[in-house]
Design a protein around this ligand. Structure first.
Ligand code: ATP
Length: 892
């Protein structure tokens, strides 16, 4: 159907909908059955079976399976079956880990799915975009992404960027009139808006004509299935490291096999031992565990109201050295209440609580009757007229739908007895120039009952003062003198220094029937009526969060469109502006080059009266100084800075779709303290990854060295292949996962941020891996040699003792891995997952050693109780030795 050719009535009929009330729930259900969900179908997903088999495509696992086949053919059935069982269990473990990672990633996608505003049964409600059906009425404004194909029925300065469909990046102006062109291209359909395109300006209402795969976007959806799976820098580094480790492990294994064969061991036994060792030594499970640790961390962040949209951000968070944050709503509560008013030399205050529309006006602490104050009346009335906020009441609780700044103006006017409905009877709104944070004002053009036309403007007071040439003074319109200008400025500064956000109101009568098309023409030569100052209390938790960030080596910078003095006052209250730190305003910022900004940027803590495009400059200057920058934003114009920042942060409540899409992190509660919580979690996740890398690699080093040393000393094999595989699976796997869930150390937020260039083995990790691994290898060998010397006829017994020592040494060492400092630096048993992982690993080891049916499979023999003393003593040596040196260093 050609909806663009129809007029509104025809569209309404064709879609069988009601433009004044929207669809009912029943309609929606019926249409959903007919048209399905408003989704683009996704590409084929990897089936579970395929994912399972992909676990065995690893080269070494294939070699192991081939070796098993050989041993099967040679009649070693038990060995062959046991090895296959272990390989399968290993595969299953990998499978479940990957499934978990995949699931949590898609759950994330779901959470950050877009929402739309739709008219249902007469009420505007927000629903997930996928619930929209043809015939639904949608309302949207600047920054939204259109959720379906739409025929527009209302447009206020609406401009849409359609490059996703047409490739044309210049936004298109939209209208509502029907089109008579024959087969116009998508780019020419000015009364239509399409799924996936983005509103860059204005607002509008439209009716859905197509959803899901039936939209213009759906027809090219195949092209868009570029579901990017992003690797984090650490994952990439681990992949490179993995290659080095594989080569090293293979070389060492070949060495072990060669020396073994030279020492007279059977080639077949050495081959199997070598392959098992290679399988055990290659940390093939590491990437999967890293992914699981990252995605579990991401889930913990969700509980703290931070959604990570791009996995690499989890790591970068831990490196952040500067947080640039918006003020309004992020550091403050965005609960605005007008408390002070000023007009033409007169001042008033008004009391009341929150958004409740009752309060009294005072002048010099005496009650005043608003009806007797002409300019106050006009300021309140125009503040209500040039305003979209709605007041709602539920069980005596008042709240605002829309912009809180406008909410405050609305409530102030209602306290004086004004109601929007009765104003609408007197004035007809003809046009609107919507608010944007670069212009810092909003205007409407209205016609009163006598046919007189006015432009009414509200906005930042310094901006309005700049475009006003007259003023209401003592209730009379007068040309603005220098003296008056000075007084206005004093009034603005006076309100701002009390940390009040200030809005000025102005107007101009337009010649009758003059059609004003653009805002530049309209917003000039105004008459300034007055100022309204509103409080916006700081969020109580922000002060502490700023302090914690400072201790963690992270600087907090406030970036705000608000007045310099207001910003300063609030920054002081929050502890952001201290001692020598400076405030820079948008004007000075405009005049500076990025290079000049670099010279001073380290001293600046507050940027005030900035426009969104300044944010990009700030990010660049900070990055050039070597900082890792987190930058918040909510509007369309914030998107470039959010994208350029190392960690782009978007607001979940007030943020536009465009800002969210550009961001790596979304704050569900718009709260600054949540950024701090996410950084803390980011640091912890990275530390946990370091913990299990250290544990796994030290264990592998121990396993290789015990075999290598034994071969060099011409001893028999201290471990049989199946035992090595067992250690790899049970002793390494479970505790490593538990380390991934460890709680942060007390001082995570007391350390300097990590350098993003830091390698996997930085800060002594490499040394820890080698030295711990070496010690574990040595004690295992010692236990083996002692047992073998006491009982040379029973190699199997000595091997069981070596097996038990290796397992135990690793399970003791795992507690040491919980801290970068020492096992004594924190309660070793504080991680209950780890305690349970260790207990179950121990129990499994005991079963393998003592349960008779398993003994032939694992080549084990029951260990004499007396020997456990030696085993335990030797296994504790590495960890105790290190704890001892830690104590020594501490007492020195
Ligand atoms: P932040 O960047 O911390 O969120 P902000 O909310 O003050 O600060 P903007 O929203 O860009 O930044 O507002 C800039 C200025 O524009 C405000 O100080 C105020 O004077 C004015 N202003 C804000 N909202 C409106 C509005 N709805 N209509 C008219 N003027 C407004």
């Amino acid at each position: 159907m050609k909806f663009h050719e129809m007029n509104e009535r025809e569209v309404e009929e064709a879609l069988n909908t009601d433009f004044s009330a929207g669809l009912t729930d029943d309609d929606v259900k019926k249409r959903r059955n007919q048209h399905g969900f408003n989704e683009l179908s996704e590409g084929e997903k990897q089936s579970a079976l395929l994912l399972f088999f992909s676990q065995f495509k690893d080269f070494m696992v294939l070699v192991l399976l081939a070796a098993t086949l050989v041993s099967g053919l040679l009649g070693e059935y038990i060995d062959a079956i046991a090895i296959i069982a272990i390989v399968i269990i290993n595969g299953l473990l990998g499978f479940f880990q990957e499934r978990k990672a995949e699931k949590s990633l898609s759950a994330l996608k779901e959470l950050s799915a877009p929402q739309v505003q739709v008219l249902r049964s007469g009420k505007w409600v927000r629903v997930p975009s996928k619930d929209v059906v043809p015939g639904d009425l949608l309302k949207f404004s600047s920054g939204d992404r259109i959720g379906a194909d739409i025929r527009l029925i209302e447009s206020k300065s609406l401009e849409i960027e359609e490059s996703a469909l047409t490739g044309e990046s210049v936004p298109v102006q939209k209208t509502t009139a029907s089109l008579k062109a024959d087969n116009p291209g998508l780019g020419d359909m000015e009364n239509m808006a399409f799924m996936g395109t983005m509103i860059t300006r204005g607002s509008g209402v439209g009716v859905v004509v197509a959803t899901g795969m039936k939209t213009a976007m759906g027809q090219i959806a195949d092209l868009l299935q570029n579901a990017e799976t992003m690797e984090t820098p650490l994952q990439r580094r681990l992949e490179q490291l993995g290659k080095i480790l594989i080569t090293a492990a293979l070389l060492l294994t070949v060495l072990v096999v060669l020396v073994g064969v030279i020492q007279g061991h059977e080639l077949y036994t050495m081959f199997l031992a070598g392959v098992s060792l290679a399988v055990a030594a290659i940390p093939e499970g590491l990437p999967a565990i890293v992914t699981v640790a990252l995605s579990l961390g991401v889930q913990r962040m969700i509980k703290k109201k931070a959604i990570v949209r791009k996995l690499p951000a989890v790591e970068t968070l831990g490196c952040a050295s500067v947080i640039c944050s918006d003020k309004t709503g992020t550091m403050t509560q965005n609960q605005m209440t007008v408390t002070h008013l000023w007009s033409g030399g007169k001042q008033w205050t008004v009391d009341g609580i929150g958004y409740e529309p009752s309060g009294t006006f005072y002048s010099d602490d005496k009650r005043v009757d608003v009806k007797a104050q002409k300019s106050l009346q006009q300021m309140l009335m125009f503040g209500l007229l040039c305003n979209h906020a709605e007041l709602t009441e539920k069980k005596g609780e008042y709240s605002i739908d829309g912009d809180p700044t406008e909410g405050a103006l609305l409530v102030a006017a209602m306290k004086a007895g004004y109601r929007r409905e009765s104003l609408m009877d007197q004035y007809q709104v003809l046009n609107e120039f919507p608010f944007d944070s670069a212009r810092k004002m909003m205007s409407i053009i209205v016609k009163d009952r006598n046919g007189r036309q006015f432009i009414v403007t509200k906005g930042a007071p310094d901006v309005l003062a700049g475009i006003s040439d007259s003023i209401l003074w003592n209730d009379k319109r007068q040309m603005m003198t220098g003296e008056m200008k000075k007084e206005v400025q004093e009034a603005i500064d006076g309100l701002a220094s009390q940390a009040l956000r200030t809005i000025a109101i102005g107007f101009r009568e337009l010649p009758a029937n003059q059609v004003v098309l653009d805002e530049k023409e309209a917003e000039k030569n105004l008459t300034l009526i007055g100022l309204q100052g509103m409080i916006d209390p700081p969020r109580p938790e922000v002060r502490t969060a700023v302090k914690e960030c400072r201790e963690a080596g992270i600087k907090t910078v406030m970036i705000t469109g608000d007045h310099v003095i207001t910003a300063k006052a609030i920054a002081k209250q929050l502890g952001i502006l201290t001692g020598s730190s400076k405030v820079l305003d948008g004007k000075a910022l405009s005049e500076m080059s990025v290079g000049q900004l670099e010279d001073v940027v380290d001293e600046v803590s507050v940027f005030a009266r900035v426009s969104p495009e300044h944010k990009l400059k700030i990010v660049k200057a900070l990055q050039n100084k070597g900082h890792i920058v987190a930058m918040t934003g909510d509007g369309v114009n914030d998107a470039p800075a959010i994208k350029a920042a190392d960690i782009g942060v978007a607001m979940g409540i007030t943020g536009t779709d465009v800002a969210k899409e550009a961001s790596a992190l979304v704050l569900l509660d718009d709260n600054f303290a949540t950024i701090k919580a996410a950084i803390k979690e980011g640091r912890n996740i990275y530390e946990n990854i370091r913990k299990f890398i250290r544990y796994l690699l030290a264990s592998n080093v121990g396993e290789i060295l015990v075999m290598l040393f034994a071969m060099l000393l011409a001893l028999p094999l201290p471990l049989v292949p199946i035992q090595i595989l067992w250690v790899n699976l049970v002793t390494d796997g479970l505790p490593a996962m538990a380390l991934g869930l460890d709680q942060p150390e007390d001082d995570v937020m007391k350390r300097k941020p990590r350098s993003p260039k830091e390698g996997v083995f930085a800060r002594g990790l490499g040394w820890k891996v080698v030295s711990r691994g070496f010690l574990i290898g040595i004690v295992t060998l010692a236990a083996f040699m002692l047992a073998y010397k006491n009982n040379p006829d029973q190699l199997g017994y000595a091997q069981t003792v070596a097996f038990a020592t290796l397992v135990l040494a690793q399970l003791i060492h795992v507690f040491d891995c919980r801290s970068e400092k020492s096992v004594l630096a924190r309660n070793p048993f504080g991680n209950k997952y780890l305690v349970w992982a260790v207990i179950s690993s121990l129990l499994l080891m005991i079963i393998v050693i003592y349960y008779p049916p398993l003994q032939p499979i694992f080549h084990t023999m029951a260990i004499q109780p007396g020997d456990w003393i030696m085993i335990t003593a030797l296994a504790s040596v590495p960890t105790f030795l290190l704890a001892g040196t830690f104590l020594l260093r501490k007492t020195k």
